[in-house]
Design a protein around this ligand. Structure first.
Ligand code: C5P
Length: 234
């Protein structure tokens, strides 16, 4: 199974994103995540430009709509030649199966398809009082992960604290993509359920998503290499 550290390119425009990538030496091509901010600002051309530079791309657009709309949108994303895309498991099984169908290219290949279970910004109070889900966050996440696995998806985005549980419930090959990664000596910012790259590696996380600790650092290349080292050679 593949494992990697993915840098969240949370920048407002192409020039800031590309300037950031220019910090890396020509032969070093980190896996990157393009989210809504950069994609909505710059469109599919941003994806093509970064892909042409040789980076793997996780396109984090979190689709959630009726099955037919998601299927057709996934067809468009698969033609962008990205490596990983995602959707909300809350869209339910029929939507997830349609997404998989739309994403699969005529030659049978497709990017990895990952489900967001519950956003890490949703707390127990909002789950109960606003989403009207009366079971625990842990059980909700595991149940959504099981639905995603049954629909044929490759894995889930989850908190690093949930990765081991997801592997137990859905099997060792089911991919876990985990934001909320921080070094023991760095600021946590708005992330609440955090883990170090080293511990995440030991806890069944396959892809670590790291943004600000790398992008806001004075020496992003050194910080990225430190995360890779801690994750792989713990
Ligand atoms: O800067 P930081 O390391 O917190 O960046 C984490 C990235 O992962 C951000 O792009 C954020 O949108 C994304 N993410 C997250 N929590 C989720 C899903 C995605 O932090 N549950």
């Amino acid at each position: 199974m593949n494992k990697d550290v993915i840098i969240a390119l949370d920048f407002p425009n192409a020039s800031e994103a590309l300037n950031f990538l220019d910090c890396f030496p020509a032969g070093e091509k980190p896996y990157v995540k393009i989210g809504m901010e950069l994609f909505y600002a710059e469109g599919p051309d941003m994806v093509r430009k970064i892909k042409a530079r040789g980076h793997k791309i996780f396109l984090d657009l979190k689709l959630h709509d009726i099955p037919n709309t998601v299927k057709r949108a996934m067809g468009v994303l698969s033609r962008l030649d990205v490596d990983m895309v995602n959707l909300h498991a809350a869209g339910a099984s029929e939507m997830m199966r349609a997404a998989l169908e739309g994403l699969t290219r005529p030659d049978g290949t497709r990017p990895l398809l990952i489900a967001v279970t519950q956003l890490t910004s949703t707390d127990a109070k909002a789950l109960k009082n606003e989403l009207l889900i009366d079971i625990s966050m842990e059980k909700t996440v595991m149940s959504y992960a099981k639905n995603a696995a049954a629909a044929g998806l490759d894995g889930v985005v989850c908190s690093p604290l949930e990765a081991a549980g997801v592997k137990t419930v859905c099997g060792g090959d089911f991919v876990t993509v985990t934001p909320g990664i921080r070094f023991a000596d760095s600021a946590s910012g708005d992330q609440k359920r955090i883990m170090t790259p080293e511990l995440a590696g030991k806890s069944g996380c396959d892809y670590l998503v790291m943004g600000r600790p790398i992008t806001q650092s004075g020496d992003p290349v050194a910080v990225y290499r430190r995360a890779m080292r801690d994750f792989f050679y713990r």
